[in-house]
Design a protein. Structure first.
Length: 417
């Protein structure tokens, strides 16, 4: 790969948006930039996937909500032994089995008081889907990374708007990711972050600073945010060195390495063509098996994001809900959304003996949470859940869905405790 060649950077859509496009038979549209290796933008915009340039190396940036970031203290291992241990180091935070994830470790937390490093987690199923799609469209995939892995190049922290997300990186704790549209959540999360001991000055470019200052106002607090014509953060091409999948993993998935191969290209062209056909054939078989799971995962991601918009769907839901519960107890229960989160937490604890993935969906209306389960939930489990919820001074009852004929648990807050 020529290090002076421009780089195509693609912001990959969420799995839900990609699945919907495939189901509707339309080509997904992607945000993209063509950058010089210095990071300067040559041109960009939004384009259909099949119309993106195919004559330059491509860096895919996975949606930050689909990459789990955790501050961890790695064991005293190196090389392959460390790489094999990483999935089990983050196992308490994972929803699936450790072996079903790509886990990488980065020194992105130089100011962390405990000396932790940043562990990044990407599901292998999602990675295979991205690689397969890039291969089908003929893109020269050079790496898969995430924008939240960018590092500050100075002593200050950095924040910026990227698409629909607000991202803050300070080197002290894991990057802060908040939907820009969730203004109430953004104000609270930003204020909490700036009040942490040792938080450095946060710099934004002039446009983002004006937007945030108009939005957050006093929430910025203590003059810890300032504008800068050019914020101190590494350029996007540097993320080629922070790929969530290494070159060997990409090669195993059917992507040829992005090395200088001009002299060998003609010799290997027929072999690579046969390998591509074989990989696509295997992907077609795998897609039949994974299609049912994809629909369920998409529904889980959509409903979960409605209740916990600021929590990535990577860790165990009960752990994430427990963390949200701590936020509520700290005085952040100021909206119906948080009310739903609190009741969802109680339901999660009450239904801890229910089969895995037995929850189908939930809804929030008139201060009542309605949670629909599949038929695998037994009557004994339903009865035990009612007892636990009533012991928590909550009004709860089981209904049968009018259309689905599935059990529905309705919960709302009872009298004063």
């Amino acid at each position: 790969m020529n290090n002076n060649q421009p780089l195509l950077v693609i912001w990959w859509p969420k799995v839900l948006d990609q699945t919907r496009a495939e189901e509707e038979g339309r080509m997904i549209r992607l945000r993209y930039d063509v950058l010089a290796r210095s990071g300067d933008k040559l041109h960009g915009g939004e384009e259909a996937l099949n119309k993106l340039p195919k004559d330059m190396p491509c860096l895919v940036l996975v949606n930050p909500t689909e990459v789990g970031l955790f501050a961890v203290t790695p064991p005293k291992l190196t090389g392959n032994k460390l790489q094999e241990a990483l999935p089990f180091l983050v196992e308490p935070y994972l929803l699936n089995e450790p072996e079903e994830n790509h886990v990488s470790l980065w020194p992105n937390l130089p100011k962390h008081q405990g000396g932790a490093k940043l562990a990044a987690v990407l599901g292998k199923t999602r990675a295979r889907n991205i690689v397969s799609t890039c291969a089908q469209q003929g893109l020269k995939l050079a790496g898969i990374s995430c924008e939240t892995l960018r590092e500050c190049t100075g002593n200050e922290g950095v924040a910026w708007l990227s698409g629909q997300d607000f991202i803050l990186v300070d080197g002290i704790d894991t990057p802060l990711l908040t939907p820009a549209s969730q203004t109430a959540v953004l104000k609270v999360m930003l204020q909490r972050r700036l009040q942490q001991p040792g938080t450095p000055l946060i710099e934004l470019n002039n446009n983002d600073y004006v937007w945030l200052n108009n939005l957050a106002g006093a929430a910025t607090g203590e003059n810890k945010i300032r504008a800068n014509a050019r914020i101190p953060i590494e350029p996007l091409p540097k993320l080629l060195n922070k790929s969530l999948l290494n070159a060997d993993e990409l090669r195993k998935m059917g992507m040829r390495p992005m090395a200088n191969q001009a002299g060998l290209r003609k010799l290997f062209a027929p072999t690579l063509a046969l390998l591509t056909v074989a990989v696509l054939g295997l992907n077609a078989l795998a897609f039949k098996i994974e299609s049912a799971n994809a629909a369920v995962e998409a529904q889980i991601a959509e409903t979960y994001s409605q209740a916990l918009p600021n929590t990535p769907m990577v860790a165990d839901p009960l752990l994430l809900i427990e963390r949200e519960k701590r936020n509520l107890n700290a005085g952040l229960d100021t909206s119906n959304s948080h009310g739903a989160s609190a009741l969802l937490h109680e339901v999660g604890l009450a239904m801890e003996q229910a089969p895995f993935n037995s929850m189908v969906d939930f809804a929030w209306a008139e201060n009542t949470l309605s949670v629909r389960f599949n038929a695998s939930v037994s009557e004994d489990q339903q009865g035990n859940a009612l007892q636990k919820l009533k012991a928590r001074r909550l009004e709860a009852k089981w209904l049968i869905g009018a259309q689905s004929n599935l059990p529905v648990l309705q919960v709302k807050k009872g009298g004063a405790r």
